[in-house]
Design a protein around this ligand. Structure first.
Ligand SMILES: *Cc1c(COP(=O)(O)O)cnc(C)c1O
Length: 359
């Protein structure tokens, strides 16, 4: 690879963030969520780095789980969306994968599996997110159907819709609903995502499911003390490939969406939306060059973007630009773009090499 647009990933930081998640919820086991290529960080490398410390991994879909198995990952793996047909149930059983079961169709499919294997299922209840999960009243009948068919269910889980927002009442309502419907099942439980771990101790249960926080950023909409020890694991960097003087009144980029108000020094950076840098990032979105903030100017192109280097000392072609990482938090870039850091991390495209040696 000759282009210097690289996502540097600090695997030690991910290990430290996992330890922080464990320390915040010492009574819980934490299943490391590494779906979507470990939120863009490289699923196999992250799995290898964590395999000796985590009790289990979670991914969204069966194909991700099979990729982990093919790479030799032998820990328990949970497929958070479950699967949707009988052959997929059979493949899951043959590969010792735990499935989340969240609707009656899945139960019916599982009951048709000829050799269910001995890997326990997780059953999911919808406590208010209204995405997937059994209605609270359907939980016990579904459990009974599965058990009657010879399936082992090891955990009852739910998912929080608003745990990133400390001011929301939804989390408390979801916790109450969950408590009411699991009473009497005598099964271990699982509720917390990263936000639950960081900010809602009442959501800590037998199993927590940290995802985003493992990669070193907080999902909370406000600052919380518990997140202060997180270390951002990804630094998305590129380099300056051109520098020019742009007179006042001249514009930069497609659509001439930014016009210089003063004589400006504009740097062209070798990263664009085909690398996962959002095209809708507005003028003023921060980047960092030589420890100084440089603001995005003009529309992001497919392979390049422009930054304002006016007033920067000693800046030269070849200098490194951090698009997000330690200097520019991905959450801050996301706020400028009207999205969340999750989308930016998961959106770094395959064209960008991941490097696990951080210079
Ligand atoms: C993605 C996901 C998680 C992890 O959520 P974070 O906010 O990234 O911590 C946990 N549980 C389920 C069901 C998920 O889909």
């Amino acid at each position: 690879m000759y282009r210097k647009t690289v996502a540097f990933v600090d695997l030690d930081a991910i290990g430290n963030n996992y330890s922080l998640a464990s320390a915040l919820a010492p009574e819980s086991k934490n299943i490391a969520v590494i779906k979507a290529d470990a939120y863009g960080h490289g699923m196999l490398r992250v799995a290898e780095a964590l395999q000796d410390v985590v009790p289990a991994f979670a991914v969204a879909i069966l194909d991700e789980a099979l990729e982990l198995r093919a790479a030799g990952i032998s820990q328990p793996i949970l497929v958070l969306e479950g699967v949707n047909d009988v052959p997929a149930c059979e493949v899951a059983a043959a590969n010792e994968l735990s499935l989340v079961v969240h609707n009656q169709e899945q139960v019916s499919q599982l009951l048709k599996v000829t050799s269910p294997g001995d890997v326990p299922l997780w059953i999911k209840v919808d406590t208010g997110m209204h995405r997937i999960g059994f209605a609270p009243g359907d939980l016990k009948p579904a459990l009974e159907r599965l058990r009657a068919g010879g399936h082992d269910v090891s955990v009852v889980c739910t998912h929080l819709a608003c745990a990133d927002d400390l001011a929301s009442n939804v989390t408390r309502q979801q916790l109450d609903t969950f408590k009411a419907c699991v009473t009497g099942t005598d099964l271990p439980t699982s509720i917390s995502n990263s936000a639950g771990i960081l900010a809602w101790p009442a959501s800590h249960a037998d199993w927590n499911r940290p995802g985003y926080m493992l990669y070193g950023n907080s999902p909370m909409t406000t600052d919380v003390e518990s997140a202060s020890g997180l270390q951002p694991a990804m630094s998305l960097r590129s380099e300056i490939i051109a520098i020019r003087e742009v007179p006042a009144g001249e514009s930069v980029g497609y659509g001439a969406c930014w016009t210089a108000k003063r004589p400006s020094i504009i740097g062209t950076v070798a990263a664009g939306y085909a690398d996962g840098y959002p095209r809708h990032a507005p003028n003023g979105t921060p980047t960092m060059v030589n420890h100084q903030i440089a603001s995005l100017v003009g529309t992001v192109s497919m392979d390049m973007l422009s930054i304002d280097l006016t007033g920067h000392d000693n800046v030269a072609i070849g200098d490194t630009v951090e698009l997000w990482g330690q200097g520019v938090p991905v959450n801050e870039v996301a706020t400028h773009c009207g999205t969340i850091g999750y989308e930016l991390l998961a959106g770094v495209t395959a064209r960008v090499p991941r490097s696990y040696t951080v210079p």
